[in-house]
Design a protein around this ligand. Structure first.
Ligand code: APR
Length: 312
């Protein structure tokens, strides 16, 4: 059992806290937000559900970073969600200042923690935490691939009319237009998905997966997705806390794998108590490699811009 701190008690952060508490993953959860009342109110609300839901977790709401001391895991969900019509660059300008100061606070108060970043734009903000906090490369991960893969799995299951859990599929690369859904390797039970579906159906599913975040943003009108994102955070947190060595697609710091270096990109990662314990290199076909290169180029450029802007 362990201590998990969540920075940003908004929609994703609070829902991650619910899932971690209900999953009995942590002995203690700290919900930290710049809006102290929001953090304390949601922590109290959550604690008041424990007699019914049966968890023992101690839950604290605060805006004081001293409270995150001795966390095994820190989850960053602070910042602005994407608004309809907003592009990646708008979000980068809005969120990088916030993430820059949060990275310092984590380093000062919980230097040993594994950090999962959720704040978008994902690969860039994850890089900023790593570089500003001077963490070791294995210590910092970004959550996008598990979410994109879950969306892809759901869309496949809808078309094939099978249980969503029976579909296995992985999305690599960036969290947006250049994501790389590995349809070639997707399976539904013991069947190959690419053999079960027509080219048109596959094209539609890929398009919907790439646009899934924006689809929710435009339906909600205000804010962005949080149930599936918090579920994806839960899955990563579980693998790290339980030291399960599960391989999940995560944004991770590359040091030569796939031919890339010194930026973050979505790749399969073996997760354990030390965070990203190993990056797994899967063989890609030329088409997949080309999209991954485009993703990598965007992530590399993003990291370069941040290096310059924040003198990293
Ligand atoms: N320190 C701590 N908390 C902060 C700070 C800060 N400097 N700045 C903002 N916050 C808090 C807000 O007060 C709010 O409670 O972050 C929370 C963000 O919550 P929401 O607005 O509900 O956003 P959410 O949907 O949770 O998304 C958060 O995750 O999925 C990504 O794109 C999404 O980048 C966004 C992030």
């Amino acid at each position: 059992m362990s201590k998990v701190s969540i920075i940003g008690a908004g929609n994703v952060g609070a829902n991650a806290a619910v899932k971690i508490a209900e999953g009995n993953l942590a002995e203690e959860i700290v919900l930290l937000d710049i809006l102290e009342g929001v953090a304390r109110g949601k922590a109290l609300d959550l604690a008041e559900s424990s007699p019914i839901m049966g968890y023992q977790t101690k839950i604290l709401g605060t805006r004081d970073y001293k409270e995150i001391k001795n966390s095994q895991l820190v989850i960053v969900t602070a910042g602005y969600p994407r608004k309809p019509g907003m592009v990646r660059k708008d979000l980068l300008d809005k969120n990088s200042g916030i993430i820059n100061s949060i990275a310092r606070e984590i380093k000062e108060n919980a230097p040993e923690a594994v950090v999962i970043n959720v704040t978008n734009p994902l690969d860039e903000m994850t890089y900023l935490i790593y570089a500003r906090g001077e963490f070791s490369p294995n210590q910092v991960l970004g959550m996008a691939g598990v979410l994109d893969s879950s969306r892809l799995r759901y869309f496949i299951s809808e078309v094939l009319k099978v249980k969503p859990q029976s579909v296995e599929a992985m999305v690599l690369g960036g969290h947006g237009e250049t994501m790389v859904p590995l349809m070639r390797l997707a399976r539904a039970g013991n069947k190959s998905v690419s053999r079960e579906l027509s080219k048109e159906q596959i094209g539609e599913i890929i398009k919907r997966t790439r646009n899934a975040g924006a689809e929710i943003v435009s339906l909600l009108g205000k804010g962005s997705a949080f149930y599936a994102p918090s579920a994806a955070v839960y899955e990563m947190a579980k693998a790290i806390i339980e030291d399960s060595k599960k391989v999940l697609p995560c944004s991770a710091c590359l040091s030569g794998q796939y031919g890339y270096e010194d930026f973050f990109l979505g790749v399969p990662v073996r997760l354990g108590k030390d965070g990203a314990e190993k990056i797994i290199e899967v063989a890609l076909n030329p088409a997949e490699r080309e999209i991954l290169n485009r993703s990598a180029e965007a992530a590399r450029r993003g990291a370069e811009e941040l290096k310059e802007q924040y003198s990293l």
